[in-house]
Design a protein around this ligand. Structure first.
Ligand SMILES: Nc1nc2c(ncn2[C@@H]2O[C@H](COP(=O)(O)OP(=O)(O)OP(=O)(O)O)[C@@H](O)[C@H]2O)c(=O)[nH]1
Ligand SMILES: *[C@@H]1O[C@H](CO)[C@@H](O)[C@H](O)[C@H]1NC(C)=O
Ligand SMILES: *[C@@H]1O[C@H](CO)[C@@H](O)[C@H](O)[C@H]1NC(C)=O
Ligand SMILES: [Mg+2]
Length: 382
């Protein structure tokens, strides 16, 4: 008498021999109905869910690092961030990789006045094949210098806070603005590059960028590039322009000819119109900041103490620096780069929108809104 077990074994044996006959007769079906697969289906092999076995390597298409004409610029991304900014930074970097950098492979430099923790380093490094470096900012480049009168500085912070000035009460924000204005390009990890692209947490890149903006900078001798420009809050820069004028008066020889003064002043330098390039996005030649003009300019501003006695931002400081020490046609508007940092966005229009396969609504575009300075930029070239 056959036990139930024997029936099962017999059934399997029949199935297998049947299968062998079929697979010899029709070799095309061999792969999907092999003994191996039958074994798996009747559960003799394992009880691992199939997805856990993974997709075989030969299904993967290799990523393709190939910059235009096989050339690459001497350039890096620079990202200043705290450990607590991780999730926002991840969003920005992932988009940068997908929209642009997985094709071009530029490295990243992350900077922080505290050591980056392991979670930060691990999760960032997972996002890219490019080189990633994490740097510690020296104390002397970050903290409020001791020649700043802290009593005066804290009174200002209190007043600005009470008046609802954005970040007006914050000391770290002031350290950050001063660092971005005069120190990031001196960091040893940044020193070895010629160009940088500044990226902030929680920004959006809307379009595919299929050309290398660093090579545009290099080949066309551009010094500074932006996507959004706007007016600065008067309350944060009360004495900035008088200070700039004082500097200009005693350093006329340092200014560049054909500069962009008309972008920042409507009356030949008498007053500041408060226009600035929004520095959360910047692509620039580091020589602009390393040059004699800007070096002396920054030192002059720094000695006046306005980074702490007011709340001078790196955006107006960089913008005035670019306007004084670069030629106007060395300042570039990257029209093709669809970009948002809350609450404003630049969305490329027309052919540019199509070519970049941009996903932003072209109707939502800051370029010629009333609070934008782009019309002044355009006017320089008319
Ligand atoms: N390491 C470090 N990075 C900072 C600090 N404060 C700001 N940052 C970074 O400096 C850049 C500018 O700071 P944000 O907080 O984005 O300032 P913002 O762009 O003026 O304002 P929001 O983006 O609207 O908050 C970002 O890259 C931040 O991650 C800080 O205290 N330490
Ligand atoms: C890789 O890039 C080269 C040069 O641009 C291109 O010719 C080739 O088709 C690309 N290959 C893939 C798989 O995308
Ligand atoms: C990149 O530029 C920096 C700064 O000008 C320079 O020191 C460095 O040697 C350059 N690197 C290469 C590979 O050309
Ligand atoms: Mg920001």
């Amino acid at each position: 008498m056959m036990t139930p077990m024997r029936y099962v074994v017999l059934a399997i044996a029949t199935l297998i021999s049947l299968h062998l006959i079929i697979s010899f007769a029709s070799p095309n079906y061999g792969r999907v109905t092999s003994i191996h697969h039958i074994k798996e289906q009747i559960g003799l092999k394992s009880n691992i869910p199939p997805y856990k076995l993974g997709v075989p390597d030969d299904y993967y298409v290799a990523s393709n690092h190939s910059s235009a004409q096989g050339r690459k610029a001497n350039a890096t991304f620079v990202i200043l961030a705290r450990n607590s900014d991780l999730n926002g930074v991840i969003k920005s970097v992932k988009q940068m990789e997908d929209r642009f950098n997985k094709k071009f492979g530029y490295p990243y430099v992350f900077l922080n006045e505290e050591p980056f923790d392991d979670a930060f380093k691990t999760r960032i490094s997972e996002l890219t094949d490019a080189k990633v470096e994490f740097g510690l900012i020296p104390k002397s480049h970050w903290v409020q210098p001791d020649w700043i009168d802290e009593e005066r500085a804290s009174t200002v912070r209190k007043t600005m806070q009470d008046n609802g000035v954005i970040y007006g009460g914050s000391l770290p924000y002031r350290n950050m603005c001063r660092f971005n204005s005069g120190f990031f390009y001196r960091h040893e990890l940044v020193q070895k590059y010629q160009y940088y692209w500044r990226v902030e947490p929680d920004v959006t890149f809307f379009c595919d960028l299929d050309y290398d903006p660093f090579l545009i900078m290099q080949d066309q001798n551009k010094m500074y590039a932006f996507t959004i420009s706007l007016y600065e809050y008067e309350a944060t820069i009360m004495t900035l322009w008088p200070t700039v004028k004082e500097f200009i008066n005693s350093n006329k020889h340092l200014l560049t000819e054909d500069n962009a003064m008309s972008f920042i002043s409507d009356d030949g330098g008498e007053t500041y119109n408060r226009c600035h390039f929004w520095s959360n996005f910047e692509i620039a030649n580091l020589d602009l900041w390393r040059g004699e003009g800007y070096t002396k300019f920054f030192d002059f501003l720094d000695e006046k103490g306005g980074f702490y006695y007011e709340r001078w931002g790196d955006a107006p400081v960089h913008s005035i620096g670019a306007a004084l020490f670069a030629k106007k046609d060395q300042i570039h508007f990257f029209n093709d780069i669809g970009y948002r940092h809350e609450p404003f966005q630049h969305c490329p229009q027309g052919d540019s929108h199509k070519r970049g396969k941009c996903w932003c609504d072209p109707a939502q575009n800051f370029d010629y809104e009333w609070y934008s300075c782009l019309a002044r930029y355009d006017k320089m070239f008319s």
